[in-house]
Design a protein around this ligand. Structure first.
Ligand SMILES: Nc1ncnc2c1ncn2[C@@H]1O[C@H](COP(=O)(O)OP(=O)(O)O)[C@@H](O)[C@H]1O
Ligand SMILES: [Mg+2]
Length: 367
């Protein structure tokens, strides 16, 4: 049983400003939680406070019922895997995995059982007699995870463990970590700056910026209902398109004015948009919610505008269209058969069920 609770956590390194500010997270037993955000936002610091590698300036951390603020790292029953996995070069894989258990004076038989089991789970049984320099980067990363598994910790902490691997291996190891979590059913807290890793691995993801957690939700909730413009733009690739314009009222209906064109808000958005009439807002739409009119069945004058197709990227399964109006630019992800001529006018249709509006000064979500 290892629920992890962070309550009003603050961190200031000596003589510096706060780098973690009022972080509150209640991580369930067996949950896989990802802390994601741009470099320098305080992810590693938060993780290191949980691990006991960094003092907590203010607030409390519980693992299960145990307050661990003053418990030394080695007594927290937590295992951490880092980006540079730092295996002992002179020891073989088996000895690397056994090392922490030896230090803790486990019996030879118990060590053997645990190392053999972990090696099997990770598919590295055939490598146990090799030295780190005799195995590949992906295999080394597996050994680093193996070192953590053998201890059967209450909680696993991962700090960007895949960043040193090439793109293909990263995707493969991501799937393996996912499977590992399903197999060993232990609480995992995983730090990354990569939103794709966060989306694919997390049961829930905490999006961080400037030392704060902006949103803590399931990946789909974060994707579909971002709390503000930063989260909306950070999660998703290619990122959400943002356009500036005014809300105007005409004949009882509200419209978003995009230069020469206007896009009609859906009726149920009106109550939230009323107070922005004649004011600037930021309109947000994801690339996959923009269609070429030739391929759309729901086009009306109220959700269609003209744009020039400046660039097309062919991805094989889909095309990315870089479009511009007289006022804004946007990216649309469309099916591979949808290939407008470069420089030509495209009539683009917005799926209005999927659009967002943000306040331009607070950046908070309006709709
Ligand atoms: N030991 C340290 N001493 C002083 N400042 C630090 C230390 N470690 C990290 N920081 C600062 O704290 C902020 C958060 O860093 P970090 O938690 O490593 O961010 P992330 O892991 O999200 O990239 C950064 O501004 C970083 O420069
Ligand atoms: Mg970091």
């Amino acid at each position: 049983m290892a629920e992890v609770k962070l309550k009003k956590i603050y961190k200031a390194y000596t003589g510096k400003t706060q780098v973690v500010k009022n972080v509150n997270l209640q991580i369930h037993d067996k949950e896989f939680v990802v802390l994601v955000g741009p470099s320098g936002c305080g992810k590693s610091t938060t993780l290191r406070m949980i691990a006991g590698l960094e003092d907590i300036t203010e607030g409390s951390i519980h693992i299960g019922d145990r307050l661990i603020n003053d418990v030394p790292a080695k007594d927290r029953n937590i295992a951490m895997v880092f980006q540079n996995y730092a295996l002992y070069p002179h020891m073989n894989v088996y000895a690397n995995m056994a090392f922490a258990l030896k230090l803790r004076k486990y019996s030879k038989a118990d060590i053997d059982l645990r190392v053999t089991e972990a090696a099997e789970i990770l598919g590295i049984s055939h490598l146990v007699t090799r030295k780190p320099k005799e195995i590949s980067g992906g295999e080394r990363q597996r050994v680093a995870v193996g070192r953590a598994i053998v201890r059967k910790p209450d909680v696993f902490l991962f700090d960007e463990p895949l960043s040193n691997l090439d793109a293909k291996l990263r995707v493969q190891m991501r799937t393996e970590l996912h499977k590992l979590h399903l197999k060993i059913q232990t609480t995992m807290i995983y730090v990354t700056h990569d939103q794709t890793e966060a989306m694919t691995l997390g049961d829930r993801i905490a999006v961080m910026k400037d030392g704060q957690v902006l949103q803590f939700d399931s990946p789909l909730d974060v994707y579909d209902n971002p709390i503000n413009k930063f989260v909306a733009g950070f999660i998703g690739s290619p990122p959400m398109n943002f356009m500036n314009g005014k809300i105007v009222k005409d004949n009882g209906s509200l419209y978003f004015g995009e230069g020469k064109f206007r896009i009609k808000a859906l009726g149920d958005m009106n109550s939230k948009l009323e107070k922005y009439i004649d004011k600037e807002v930021v309109f947000g739409i994801r690339p996959e919610n923009i269609y070429d009119k030739l391929f759309a069945s729901n086009a009306t004058p109220d959700n269609t505008l003209n744009a020039i197709c400046d660039v097309m990227e062919t991805m094989g399964s889909e095309n990315h269209l870089y479009l511009s109006t007289d006022k804004n630019t946007m990216v649309a992800v469309v099916e591979a058969s949808n290939k407008p001529t470069i420089g030509s006018m495209v009539e683009v249709v917005f799926d209005m069920e999927k659009v967002h509006f943000f306040d331009p000064s607070t950046e908070e979500t309006i709709v």
